[in-house]
Design a protein. Structure first.
Lengths: 321, 460
């Protein structure tokens, strides 16, 4: 039974402080009196539970699942709100929730709202906003993805600056000059940027072989093996966290890891910030070289062929022209 | 049910009758013949006592829990607040907003005009601060006189004893302050025409300046400022950072106009979502539509972090290499900047039906038009509808709804109909023939306001 029920029925010792004198005399605990006090105690317990839930509703996140720091009630349930209170915190904290976003990600982002806002509009801030999406996968023993953001400046010799957060959360910045991210012939559009996610191994059924494979190609709810709704939410999480002065060029997702060899480019790795631009025999390139701005070659010997590599998915690309 | 509704239900603790019923039901379930207990019997009386104590106590934690949520927290004087003393003042909502979001709720202020006081007699008149009462030429919302008292000013009250002497026939401009707080004591130019106090000699008011008294910031407006406050933390200039820089000072208080004439009137802001060249286009509007140049320069100063007038500690949220548009150089900050949206009047011709019993005071069945000569109580319904549109349309802000990537938005005719319907209790079958299409375009840089509003009401 509950705390108050047990006190009022004598099942839990309730004594005058510093003494052994019972607050409720034994004569009060006859069968009928005990039942009556038990009823009062049960109502008190129900009220206490309601207030407990109400107070917990103000707390979106109890801590990392399974960690000793996770705050829990005596019965082991986490001290955090029910999922139906998360939209309230979302509104109050300016943290949008996304349809496919796992619950753990929502809770982590809501708990870290100030830190996320304090980095909003920066490359690392945008990556940190997306990274929790994979938290439930990490909590289940998986890894976080490597996530990069790259843009090309408009210096005399344009350079590409790559911001990366690896699966361990380590940040790095690399500028390659001359640029190895030559999206098109418009370096003057200097505030465009692109996001790249190396999906963690085992996160989805996605594999490089699915590109353009039968009914799965860009069809319905699956986009190259990833639900289109997931891509849409990941794209939005980047977009929603950018500065008003910048242009999100699009989301690129690959199942290849940063250390993998590229299938047609032995010795090179996918989206390697330090890599140079390489063109192989069939005309495809490991990194954009004036060609990825459109998905098909519009002229020349490769007319009609794909410009972008098959080992990545390009979602909602936008050149600003 | 929305999450908020679910949560509100959670916090609606059972009332007295429910507590009594619960107690009796549990006791009955435990084997006691509780339902047979008669009111007034000792046991039943104890049940009542416990229930009343629980009911009275329950309000405390309920209110305390609500205090953690912007939508549920209130200050005394707000709708839904349960504090016994409802004098408007800071409470849970203000405490939450200040401590969690760093945003201070705008308080009431006194109107403070200057009045030109003339000695109309033949002898000098001497008086001290607070000894003269002046009166506005129109009554307040409560029907009472709106009065002002002369306030201290060391440059005016220069006599040794702190008084001022006005020679016969002379005039002096003196500072006054309203006796009542809030907008009810605002005054337009030359509205203060009477000097009530004549005990020091014959005095008259020959001129007065405009003065604005402010009501406390509306709870929802305050909540909205709180919600965008976190964007002000961002170094990378997200869209909401430009919104908060237009409305909220660095210390969390409402942003003041740089000339010291009160808070800025900006309530809605359009911020262009993306740019490939580092340009952010910003348009401002207020409760009535366009805002003035002082508001724009004040917002621009706070956005760039340029001290200007009374804005001595501005925010500054614009990242390096970014420029604002459409103003190439603001006249006061000498930076690029946003601009006031231009009013776009939207004419509305509507028709609706209402049952005669739903017209306050009743009405004869028939068709009435706002341009005709309807009975006063029917005319009041037309006024209510027009007023609602007059408030709602500008509240949509620059570009109104669904702006495209270029900032061109729309006003939905369906929403116009809904607004009219919501303004008058009992109205149904509301239809707008103007605008004739389902949407009205609101181009970049424009804010919708109410144009000519014409209504036809069929009373059945």
């Amino acid at each position: 039974m509950g705390y108050f029920h047990d006190i009022l029925t004598g099942r839990r010792p309730w004594r005058v402080p510093g003494t052994t004198i019972p607050i409720i005399p034994p004569r009060f605990l006859g069968e009928n009196a005990s039942k009556l006090l038990g009823a009062v105690g049960t109502v008190f317990d129900a009220r206490a539970a309601q207030i407990r839930d109400g107070r917990a509703a103000a707390i979106p996140y109890a801590g990392w699942p399974g960690s000793p720091e996770r705050a829990c009630w005596a019965d082991g349930t986490p001290i955090e709100c029910e999922p139906n209170a998360l939209p309230i915190h979302s509104t109050d904290r300016g943290i949008k929730l996304y349809a496919t976003e796992p619950l753990l990600s929502q809770r982590i982002r809501l708990a870290n709202w100030r830190q996320l806002h304090a980095q909003r509009g920066t490359a690392f801030g945008e990556i940190e906003h997306v990274r929790p999406y994979f938290a439930d996968f990490a909590a289940a023993g998986g890894a976080y993805p490597t996530i990069r953001i790259v843009f090309q400046d408009n210096a005399g010799t344009p350079g590409a600056t790559w911001h990366t957060i690896d699966p361990a959360g380590v940040r790095s910045v690399h500028t390659q000059r001359p640029s190895n991210w030559i999206w098109d012939a418009h370096p003057e559009l200097r505030t465009r940027w692109w996001a790249i996610i190396h999906l963690p191994p085992g996160w989805t059924t996605y594999s490089a072989t699915l590109w353009d494979s039968g009914a799965l190609w860009d069809s319905g709810f699956l986009w190259d093996g990833i639900p289109a709704a997931v891509l849409a939410d990941l794209w939005s999480m980047f977009y929603d966290w950018k500065g008003a002065h910048s242009w999100f060029g699009g989301l690129i997702v690959t199942a290849l890891q940063p250390t993998d060899d590229l299938p047609e480019f032995p010795g090179t790795h996918p989206f390697d910030p330090a890599s140079s631009n390489t063109t192989n025999a069939n005309g495809s390139t490991n990194l954009p070289t004036f060609n990825w701005w459109t998905d098909r070659y519009l002229s020349g010997p490769l007319l009609g062929d794909p410009t972008r590599p098959y080992w990545a998915t390009f979602y909602n690309m936008s050149n600003s022209y | 049910m929305s999450a908020l509704a679910i949560y509100a239900t959670l916090l609606t603790l059972p009332g007295l009758s429910q507590i009594v019923a619960d107690l009796l039901a549990i006791a009955q379930g435990a084997g006691l013949s509780a339902t047979a207990w008669t009111l007034g019997s000792p046991t039943r009386t104890w049940i009542e006592i416990v229930a009343r104590a629980l009911d009275a106590w329950g309000l405390v934690p309920s209110q305390a829990v609500k205090g953690f949520f912007l939508d549920l927290a209130t200050d005394p004087g707000d709708a839904g607040d349960l504090t016994p003393d409802q004098t408007p003042r800071a409470g849970w909502l203000s405490a939450l907003g200040l401590s969690w979001y760093g945003v201070q709720r705008g308080g009431q202020t006194y109107a403070a005009p200057t009045v030109t006081v003339k000695n109309t007699g033949t002898s000098p008149i001497t008086f001290k601060p607070y000894q003269i009462t002046a009166e506005r030429n129109s009554v307040g919302s409560d029907g009472g006189s709106v009065t002002y008292r002369n306030t201290p000013d060391a440059t005016k009250y220069t006599n040794v004893d702190g008084s001022i002497t006005i020679s016969a026939g002379a005039s002096v401009v003196l500072p006054f302050q309203a006796d009542r707080i809030g907008s009810d004591a605002s005054a337009i130019v030359n509205a203060i025409t009477v000097i009530v106090t004549q005990s020091y000699g014959p005095l008259s008011a020959t001129a007065s300046t405009a003065a604005t008294g402010l009501d406390r910031e509306a709870a929802d407006a305050y909540r909205a400022r709180c919600r965008v406050a976190a964007a002000g933390l961002a170094p990378g200039g997200p869209a909401n950072a430009y919104v908060i820089a237009a409305t909220t000072a660095k210390d969390g208080a409402a942003l003041q106009r740089y000339d010291g004439s009160g808070p800025v009137g900006i309530t809605t802001v359009y911020v262009s979502p993306s740019s490939a060249t580092g340009v952010v286009t910003v348009y401002y509007s207020g409760p009535s539509g366009a805002v003035d140049a002082t508001d724009v320069s004040s917002a621009t100063a706070n956005t760039w972090g340029v001290p200007l007038g009374v804005i001595t500690d501005p925010r500054g949220i614009v990242p390096d290499t970014v420029t604002l548009a459409p103003t190439a150089s603001d006249a006061n900050t000498h930076t690029s900047g946003g601009a006031s949206a231009t009013d776009q009047a939207i004419a509305v011709t509507w028709s609706a039906r209402i049952r005669a019993k739903d017209v306050p005071g009743g009405a004869t069945a028939g068709t009435y038009t706002s341009g005709g000569a309807p009975p006063a109580n029917v005319a009041a319904l037309f006024t209510q509808a027009a007023s609602a549109l007059g408030v709602w349309l500008p509240s949509l802000g620059p570009s109104a709804k669904d702006p495209d990537v270029s900032g061109n938005g729309v006003v939905y005719t369906r929403d116009i109909e809904e607004t009219i319907k919501g303004a008058v209790t009992g109205l149904y079958n509301v239809s707008a023939s103007t605008p004739s299409s389902s949407t009205t375009a609101v181009p970049l840089g424009y804010v919708p306001i109410a144009g000519t509003i014409s209504g036809t009401l069929v009373v059945v």
